[in-house]
Design a protein around this ligand. Structure first.
Ligand code: NAD
Length: 380
């Protein structure tokens, strides 16, 4: 349980919210959460225009007691909140705390610099997936947005209706939609596609994920590959397993009107599930939406941020799906941050001796505290 509101005695703690680099449209703090933090004793600095792309106007932050400032004035804050990794590390005083997605595997050299500059970075993607941490779990909140957006993209790009229709002009059969990778994003894609009335099929390498898909009304593809890893995650497949999976999927995707892929293996490139051969077997007018494009893509033909067409099949690979729904994605993310800030400042000062904070801590007091990246940097 999170403790009751914290009021900070003595000096007023200051936090800052920069405008995110375009094309990121989310913002780390929304006015409502800024207001809560102000009431709890924080000075909240928001860069002018920070929320505009997510439809939160400057005046709304001001009305909640936040101060609008120019970017260079942000860096005096002891805590900086962002969505994307902050780049102006040279402008921050040592000891500044950064909270945001840090993508340590994509940019390990930046992690080295964070440590070198004695910045304390909490990585939202490293929040442990334990029950107590659920209110802070930004991977899940943003994956929920991705799954919803992915389903809508599939429906919109499809030249068919998704639901069954009985009309004077005849009966339309429901679209057949396959969701590959049933984590948080895949589950939301299933739920949304079901609401649109299509018949949904689901596939994952974890039996528990298939059970959850069934409970949402999906039909399950039974393929002979199981790959349960540690902590409820999937493990990476061996080359032999991967080929077996690809061959089995090739046959099944040919019968689908849309395929939404959301398969990930934490800290690794996204698994390749759909080959060019599989896409070429699909019907003309079929659609693939690859929600894993940012981490390498589940389809070999995906190009992040582009639409590729092969033999009448369109492959959409949104580069940053949560940014497509910036208002609610920001609201959910800001709530995640709020709970994390409350935990971090429980005694009025930052304290780090908590399993959740330790799990998410990437760098602290000049050291890379997240072991896998520390080892990676030692080898490089
Ligand atoms: P994820 O984004 O890491 O992966 C998405 C899905 O891809 C997973 O279901 C995975 O099994 C699947 N996948 C990986 N390789 C595959 C392959 N070769 N073929 C097909 N599917 C493949 O997943 P996530 O959304 O982060 O969720 C991962 C796990 O964490 C789930 O068990 C979820 O229930 C659990 N979780 C727990 C909590 C919590 O307890 N607080 C919160 C969120 C998620």
């Amino acid at each position: 349980m999170i403790s009751p509101p914290v009021c900070y005695p003595g000096s007023v703690p200051t936090l800052a919210v920069p405008k995110e680099p375009w094309p990121e449209r989310r913002v780390a703090l929304v006015p409502e959460i800024a207001g809560r933090l102000v009431q709890e004793g924080w000075e909240v600095l928001v860069e002018r225009g920070a929320g505009a792309a997510a439809f939160f106007q400057d005046a709304a932050y001001e009305a909640q007691g936040a101060r609008l400032v120019e970017r260079k004035e942000l860096w005096r804050a002891e805590l900086v909140l962002s969505v994307q990794p902050l780049q102006e590390l040279q402008d921050l005083a040592s000891g500044t705390i950064l909270i945001g997605f840090q993508y340590p595997y994509r940019a390990p050299e930046r992690v080295r610099e964070l440590a070198h500059r004695s910045l304390s970075a909490l990585a939202m993607e490293l929040i442990p997936r334990i029950t107590r941490a659920q209110p802070m779990d930004a991977l899940s909140s943003q994956a929920t947005v991705s799954g919803y957006v992915g389903a809508l993209w599939a429906a919109q790009a499809s030249p068919r209706f998704f639901p069954m229709l009985t009309t004077a002009a005849g009966t339309i059969r429901p679209a057949q939609v396959l969701v590959l990778g049933i984590g948080v994003a895949g589950l939301q894609a299933i739920a949304t596609v079901r609401r649109l009335g299509a018949t949904v099929w689901a596939y994952d390498v974890r039996a528990a994920a298939l059970e959850q898909a069934r409970s949402l009304g999906a039909r399950v593809l039974e393929l002979p590959i199981q790959a349960e890893g540690e902590g409820g995650y999937a493990r990476e497949l061996s080359e032999e397993e991967r080929q077996l999976q690809e061959a089995a999927l090739n046959e099944r995707v040919a019968q689908m009107d849309a395929v939404i892929t959301a398969a990930q293996v934490f800290g690794r490139p996204a698994p390749r599930l759909l080959s060019e051969e599989a896409v070429r077997k699909m019907r003309s007018g079929a659609v693939v939406v690859d929600l894993a494009a940012e981490s390498g893509g589940n389809c070999t033909l995906s190009r992040p941020g582009e639409v590729v067409e092969v033999g009448g099949v369109r492959i959409l690979a949104p580069a940053n799906p949560p940014a497509e729904l910036p208002l609610h994605a920001s609201e959910m993310y800001a709530r995640n941050l709020y709970h994390l800030i409350r935990l971090l400042y429980q005694g009025g000062q930052p304290h780090w001796d908590d399993e959740i904070l330790q799990g998410a801590l990437l760098t602290h007091q000049g050291t890379v505290t997240y072991e896998p990246i520390a080892r990676l940097l030692e080898r490089s």
